[in-house]
Design a protein around this ligand. Structure first.
Ligand code: PA5
Length: 468
């Protein structure tokens, strides 16, 4: 790896033998599909087809986002309301590039507003957030691509009413920012009526692919993340992927191809296991991206979130000796501590008498230990005959994270192409939303309500209870 390396993928241990063999020749055999998939993704983006716009995000103008972010930085707290693709990307960016426990830091160290996410529809969480903020110096950012999601609408109604009751309508309105579609949903008419601040979510970008649009960038910028560098990393990755013409040169083709081939052989779970705490939320983001994009038509591969080294003490027994139904990606950051401008922790140099048996730790560092552990896990999986990919980035900074985001989005789009499913729709998610609307009595969703009642009757046909 040199200083320009975006990422590197070691995949020698990703092939299997025997009845469910996956070989390098199988991977090479997919070359025509990779080429047609790449052309399909790029043509879709160039033509502005629905869902394909994420490929263009690294190069879109972001001046309006930056301007609004500047205003947000003047606030003491920012509360974002959104769920799924309107929340997970924000949490992923903040988790990766901001210091842990950031809200707890004094303002001078924090360098921007405190941040709270109101995603789940939970009275305890929402009330707790309200009690932690000063409404006067808070901005409430509501994000919804569709502008109609019930959880987001409900959380927004709570905060809107509280702000209005506390500050009066005019002052409340000044503290609201709406990020939504330019026409669809209930939030755009709210913007038109109240004249509150607003950004338009690009029409051709779907929720789970929207982290590099105003959805993810607004709060990231306000909290001090270098979004221009994030986007330049994504653009560099896009360029690199576009130039790589053979299987060997293109880690995204290798990854998508291997996930596809193993899925076809019954390894239809996909474990992502970073060895870096700041990437824990990356797994959450990936899980939505992967699950919603390719879980279609009776096919799919289930995303599994893991974290090294914690899950070494929780899941590795299952991973090495349980059913052979998973593919594994061990994700490492060569210099993890340096990522946040911090120093690694060096363990004491000279062994003390009492801890002689720990002499193997003396003189080593925490990053060193963690990277050895990542290697040990990859080796243990490989010994157990499990397909394992080792993905690494030199350092976790805005540039590399931008690249990693673009990489995983591309792998997901390519996987959809290989599977011949549309990776950019989510009929299953819409179904759940429509049933909720029906149950909550929304006009036009009466048939949905009746359907849930019939299905619920079946669910409740047999019940087993216990009483103490
Ligand atoms: O990826 C998707 O489309 C969904 O998971 C959405 O992100 C999620 O349902 C939230 O939708 P919205 O942003 O429309 O409120």
């Amino acid at each position: 790896m040199n200083e320009k390396t975006l990422l590197s993928l070691a995949y020698g241990a990703a092939f299997t033998a025997g009845e469910r063999a996956v070989s390098f020749a199988d991977l090479e055999g997919l070359l025509p599909s990779f080429r047609s998939g790449d052309a399909w993704l790029r043509a879709g983006a160039a033509e502005g087809r629905e869902g394909f716009g994420w490929l263009n995000l690294p190069r879109r103008n972001v001046d309006d986002i930056q301007t609004l972010a500047r205003w947000l930085t003047t606030r003491e707290s920012v509360v974002q309301i959104g769920i799924g693709g309107s929340a997970l990307g924000n949490l992923m960016l903040h988790g990766a590039l901001l210091p842990p426990y950031r809200n707890e830091l004094p303002k001078a160290k924090r360098g921007g507003p405190r941040f709270f996410m109101s995603d789940n529809v939970d009275p305890i969480d929402n009330r707790a957030i309200w009690e932690l903020i000063d409404p006067e110096s808070t901005a409430v950012v509501v994000v919804s691509k569709s502008g109609s999601t019930a959880e987001t609408a409900s959380n927004f109604l709570f905060f809107w009413e509280k702000l209005r009751d506390t500050l009066g309508e005019a002052a409340a309105r000044e503290r609201i920012v709406v990020v939504t579609d330019k026409e669809k949903g209930i939030l755009r008419p709210f913007v038109d009526e109240t004249g509150c601040k607003s950004l338009i979510l690009p029409e051709d970008v779907g929720g789970r692919f929207s982290v590099l649009s105003c959805v993810g960038l607004l709060s990231a910028w306000a909290l001090g993340i270098d979004c221009k560098t994030l986007l330049s990393g994504a653009a560099a990755m896009d360029g690199a992927l576009g130039r790589a013409g053979s299987v060997l040169e293109n880690p995204a083709w290798v990854m998508a191809g291997l996930f596809y081939l193993h899925m076809k052989k019954g390894r239809n779970m996909n474990v992502l296991m970073p060895y870096a705490d700041p990437l824990e939320r990356f797994c959450e983001w990936f899980a939505q991206l992967w699950g919603e994009s390719i879980g279609k038509d009776g096919q799919g591969s289930t995303p599994v979130r893991a974290l090294g080294a914690i899950d070494q003490h929780s899941q590795i027994q299952l991973y090495t000796s349980g059913p052979d139904d998973k593919c594994y990606t061990i994700l490492t950051v060569r210099s993890a501590a340096a990522s946040l401008g911090q120093k690694d922790i060096a363990l004491p140099a000279a062994p003390e008498k009492a801890f002689e048996k720990l002499s193997y730790l003396y003189g080593k560092s925490m990053d060193e230990l963690r990277n050895f552990e990542a290697g040990a896990t990859a080796a243990a999986l490989s010994k157990g005959g499990r397909p394992v990919l080792s993905l690494s980035i030199p350092v976790l900074d805005a540039y590399r994270l931008g690249g990693l985001i673009q990489f995983y989005e591309y792998v997901t789009g390519m996987m959809g192409h290989l599977m011949q499913v549309n990776p950019f729709d989510q009929p299953g998610v819409e179904q759940g939303k429509n049933y909720t609307y029906g149950l909550m009595g929304r006009a036009g969703f009466e048939a949905q309500a009746r359907e849930v009642e019939t299905l619920s009757a079946k669910i409740n046909e047999r019940t087993a209870s216990l009483a103490g």
